[in-house]
Ligand binder design. Structure first.
Ligand SMILES: [Zn+2]
Length: 310
C-alpha cells in the first residue's frame, strides 16, 4: 500500500481536524478539555509540585530517576480510583512546526505551529518554571504517587514530521527539555519526515519514542490483521531503531475505545495517550489526556489552557 507523503499528511490533518475539532478552538481558548474540569480534583498543575525547588531544571530532572514501569505491580497500575484522584500533569501535543502557507486550511493551523510561535511557547514554559518529565516519571507518579519536579509538564510530538527534529529538538535543548515522540513508521525516511537515524538520535539523547501506528489508522476500526500491521510490526521497527522496549502508545486522532486496552496491554504497552477528551474511568492509564498546543495560541493563551485543562 503506497501513499505520497503529501496525501497522507493531508488525510491525517483533515481527519484530525475533523475528529478532534472539539479539542482546541484557537485563540478564544474555550477548550473542550475544560469539560473534564469539574471532576478533576486539582486544576492547578503546580498542585502536583514537590517541595524544595532550589535545584535547576536539569538537577531536578536528574534527581528523580523514574522506576522501570515493569517493576510497578499490576495492582497499583490497575488502581483507577487512585490514579484519577491525583492531579493530572499537563501534557502538550505538537505536530508540525513550520510557518503557515496559503495552502494551510483554517483547521490545519491548529496542528501547524509557526516557528516563532513555537519558540515563544517553549520559552514561556521555561520562564514560567515548567520542568519536562519523561513518560516513565509520569507513569510512576500516576501509579504510585512518585514525586515529580516542580511544575511538571510533558511535551509530545506526533506523526514523525521532520521539523520536530530540525526545529523542536534544538529549541528544547536550549532549556534542557526532553520530549516524547510518537512515531508513525510509514513516514520514516520520506520527504518532510524524520529518518530512522534521527529517531535513534532523539532516543539516544534522552527523549522517549512511542508508537503511533504504521499509517495512522483509527484504532476503533481495527479488525483481523490490523493489530499486526498497525501495532505489532511498527512497534518492532521502533524497538529495532532505538534498541529499547516501546511501552507507550498514542492513538491516531486521539480516538480510542475500551476494546483497544486489552489489545495494547497484551502487546506490552503500559500506557496510552489520547487528546482532550475525558479519561476512561476504569482505565485512565490508557486514556492519558493531552491538549494540542494550537498554532493560533500566543504563549499567554497556551499558559491559560494548560492551567484550565489539567
Ligand atoms: Zn497522529
Amino acid at each position: 500500500m503506497k501513499f505520497s507523503s503529501a496525501s497522507l499528511l493531508l488525510a491525517a490533518l483533515a481527519l484530525a481536524a475533523c475528529d478532534t475539532k472539539t479539542a482546541t478552538t484557537g485563540e478564544a481558548g474555550t477548550s473542550a478539555a475544560t469539560v473534564e474540569k469539574a471532576d478533576t480534583a486539582a486544576i492547578d498543575p503546580a498542585a502536583a509540585q514537590t517541595s524544595g525547588t532550589q535545584a535547576t531544571a536539569t538537577d531536578e530532572a536528574n534527581a528523580t530517576p523514574a522506576p522501570d514501569p515493569s517493576t510497578i505491580s499490576a495492582t497499583k497500575a490497575g488502581d483507577a480510583a487512585g490514579i484519577l484522584a491525583r492531579p493530572q500533569v499537563p501534557i502538550l501535543c505538537y505536530h508540525q512546526i513550520r510557518d503557515w502557507t496559503a495552502r494551510d486550511s483554517k483547521g490545519a493551523k491548529d496542528y501547524i505551529v509557526p516557528i516563532a510561535a513555537f519558540k515563544a511557547q517553549i520559552k514561556m514554559l521555561a520562564d514560567s518554571g515548567y520542568h519536562t518529565i519523561s513518560p516513565d516519571q509520569l507513569y510512576a507518579y500516576m501509579t504510585t504517587g512518585a514525586k515529580l519536579p516542580s511544575k511538571p509538564i510533558m511535551l509530545t510530538f506526533d506523526d514523525t514530521d521532520l521539523d520536530q527534529f530540525t526545529i523542536a529538538r534544538p529549541t528544547l535543548a536550549q532549556y534542557n527539555y526532553k520530549a516524547m515522540y510518537f512515531v508513525m513508521t510509514v513516514s520514516l525516511g520520506r520527504p518532510h519526515y524524520m529518518t530512522k537515524a534521527m529517531v535513534k538520535q532523539l532516543s539516544d539523547e534522552g527523549n522517549v519514542i512511542g508508537s503511533h501506528t504504521w499509517d495512522h489508522h483509527n484504532v476503533k476500526k481495527y479488525q483481523g490483521k490490523d493489530w499486526e500491521t498497525q501495532i505489532d510490526k511498527p512497534t518492532k521497527t521502533l524497538e529495532e531503531i532505538t534498541g529499547k522496549k516501546i511501552v507507550y502508545f498514542a492513538y491516531p486522532f486521539g480516538l480510542w475505545n475500551p476494546q483497544a486496552f486489552p489489545e495494547l496491554k497484551k502487546r506490552g504497552f503500559v500506557a496510552a495517550f489520547s487528546l482532550a477528551e475525558k479519561r476512561d474511568q476504569n482505565d485512565p492509564l490508557f486514556t492519558i489526556r493531552r491538549i494540542i498546543a494550537s498554532g493560533y495560541w500566543s504563549p499567554k493563551t497556551l499558559r491559560n489552557n494548560i492551567v484550565q485543562s489539567f
